[in-house]
Ligand binder design. Structure first.
Ligand code: SF4
Length: 402
C-alpha cells in the first residue's frame, strides 16, 4: 500500500493505492488456463514482434542494474515520454550508486522536480545508501535482496531482476494486466490471478525480452481505448480479438476520481511573495510552496483566501481571481483557484515566521520544486499596482519542469 501526502494549508491528504481484490466477472475463463502449446506460441510471437517493434529506450540499450532501477522507479505512475528527459539528466548528475548515495536529499529532489511522487526520489537515495553500506556499491542480484531496497515493490523487483539480470521473474503492471485481461477474455480478476498468469506465460530462456515485450505490447498495441487487434501478434490466441465484430473488452479502472478544490494564495508586495515551508509530513518536506487552503463544497475562493490570509499576515488583503490550475495525483483531481492580493508597501509582518516567509519574487519562484506550484505560477495572471501584467513565470522554467 503506497501513500503520498500533500500539505494543504495544514491539512494532509493520504493518497492511497490499494491492491484490493476485485470481483470476478467471468471465472469460467480463469479456470481454463491456456494449454502449453498456446503458451509456447504466445512466447514465440511476442518475442518476434518485440524484436521488430520494441523501442530502443536508453535503459534497454544499456540494461545495467543501476540504469534499469532508476528507469523502473521513474516509470512508476509516469509515461515513458515524460520520463526520458529526466532520466538522461538524472544519470548525468548521478551516474552510479556511489554518486547517488553521496548526494544530499535536496540535490536529488532538484533533479526530480516536476516528475511528481517525490517519495520515489527520497527512496532512491536511501536505497543507494543501503547498497553502499551493505555491499560497497555492488547492486544486489537476487530477487529477495532487490525487494528489500527502499521503494522497491513486487513489480519493480521483478522488473529489475528480469531485465537487468535476465532471470525469470514475472512482472505485472497496468499494461500487462490489460493484455492478460483481454487475451484471456476477462474483465476483472483478483491481483493474484494476473501474477500467476504472468508467471505461466514467462519465457524461461529470455525473460528480460519477454517481460519487456509484454509491457511494450500493452503500451503500443493493446492500448486502453484503441487496441490494434489487426496488427497484434496475439490476435489468433486472444479471446477478445476472436469475437469478430466486437471491440476488445474495456479494462476497469480501479479508482474513482475525486475532486479536491483549493484556494492558492499569491500574496505579493513590493516585488516579494509569501511562501510556505513544507513540513515533515508534507508533499515535499523542506521545500517551499505557495500557501493553500482547502475549500469546502461550493465555497467562494476569495472568501476562503481571505480567511487563510488572516492567519498568515498581520493585514487584511483584498484578493482578485487570477486563474485556475488542474493537477492529478493518483485518484485525486485537484482544482486550484488562484487568488491574488497585490498589497501596497510596506510589507505587512508575517504571523508564523517558522512556516511562512516573504521572498524576493524571482528567488521565490526558483524555490518552488513541486510541478503543482510551478504550474500554478505559470497559469496565474493579474495586474500589478501600475496596471501592467505581472504574473506568469518565465516560459523556460515552466517548460523545464512539465
Ligand atoms: S488481439 Fe487485441 S485485445 Fe487481444 S491482446 Fe491483441 S490488441 Fe489486445
Amino acid at each position: 500500500m503506497a501513500r503520498e501526502f500533500l500539505s494543504v494549508g495544514g491539512a494532509f491528504f493520504a493518497f492511497m493505492e490499494s491492491d484490493g481484490l476485485e470481483s470476478m466477472r467471468n471465472p469460467a475463463h480463469m479456470n481454463r488456463p491456456w494449454d502449453r502449446a498456446s503458451v509456447r506460441t504466445l512466447r514465440k510471437r511476442l518475442l518476434a514482434w518485440y524484436r521488430r517493434h520494441g523501442r530502443a529506450l536508453p535503459w534497454r540499450t544499456d540494461p545495467s542494474p543501476y540504469r534499469v532501477w532508476i528507469a523502473e522507479v521513474m516509470l512508476q505512475q509516469t509515461r515513458v515520454r515524460t520520463v526520458l528527459p529526466y532520466y538522461e539528466r538524472f544519470l548525468r548528475r548521478f551516474p552510479n550508486v556511489e554518486a547517488l548515495a553521496d548526494s544530499s536529499e535536496s540535490d536529488v529532489l532538484e533533479m526530480w522536480a516536476g516528475l511528481g511522487y517525490y517519495r520515489r526520489a527520497r527512496s532512491l537515495r536511501r536505497a543507494a545508501r543501503k547498497i553502499m553500506a551493505d555491499s560497497g556499491g555492488r547492486f544486489p542480484c537476487t530477487l529477495e535482496e532487490i525487494a528489500r531496497l527502499p521503494g522497491v515493490g513486487r513489480y519493480t523487483a521483478g522488473a529489475i531482476h528480469s531485465i537487468a539480470f535476465d532471470r525469470p521473474a514475472p512482472v505485472v503492471d497496468g499494461n500487462v494486466r490489460r493484455v492478460i485481461s483481454r487475451a484471456r477474455g476477462i474483465a476483472r480478476a483478483p491481483e493474484k490471478f494476473y501474477w500467476s498468469e504472468a508467471r505461466a506465460w514467462l519465457a524461461r530462456r529470455r525473460p528480460a525480452d519477454f517481460n519487456q515485450a509484454l509491457m511494450e505490447l500493452g503500451a503500443l498495441v493493446c492500448t486502453p481505448s484503441r487496441p490494434q487487434c489487426m496488427t497484434c501478434p496475439l490476435r489468433h490466441l486472444c479471446r477478445s480479438a476472436s469475437e469478430i465484430g466486437k471491440p476488445a473488452p474495456k479494462t476497469h479502472s480501479k479508482r474513482v476520481t475525486e475532486l479536491v478544490e483549493l484556494a492558492i494564495l499569491i500574496l505579493q508586495c513590493d516585488g516579494s511573495l509569501v511562501l510556505e515551508r513544507q513540513t515533515a509530513t508534507s508533499f515535499i518536506p523542506g521545500t517551499w510552496g505557495l500557501p493553500v487552503s482547502l475549500m469546502r463544497k461550493s465555497a467562494n475562493p476569495l472568501t476562503t483566501a481571505k480567511r487563510a490570509a488572516h492567519s498568515i499576515l498581520d493585514a487584511t488583503p483584498e484578493f482578485i481571481r487570477a486563474g485556475a490550475v488542474r493537477h492529478t495525483i493518483t485518484h485525486r483531481q485537484i482544482l486550484g483557484h488562484l487568488v491574488l492580493a497585490e498589497i501596497p508597501p510596506p510589507r505587512p509582518p508575517i504571523k508564523d515566521k517558522e512556516r511562512y516567509s516573504w521572498k524576493n519574487r524571482t528567488d521565490g519562484v526558483r524555490k518552488l520544486t513541486s510541478s503543482f506550484f510551478l504550474k500554478a505560477m505559470g497559469k496565474s495572471r493579474g495586474k500589478g499596482t501600475k496596471g501592467q501584467v505581472t504574473f506568469g513565470i518565465p516560459a523556460m522554467r515552466a517548460i523545464r519542469v512539465m
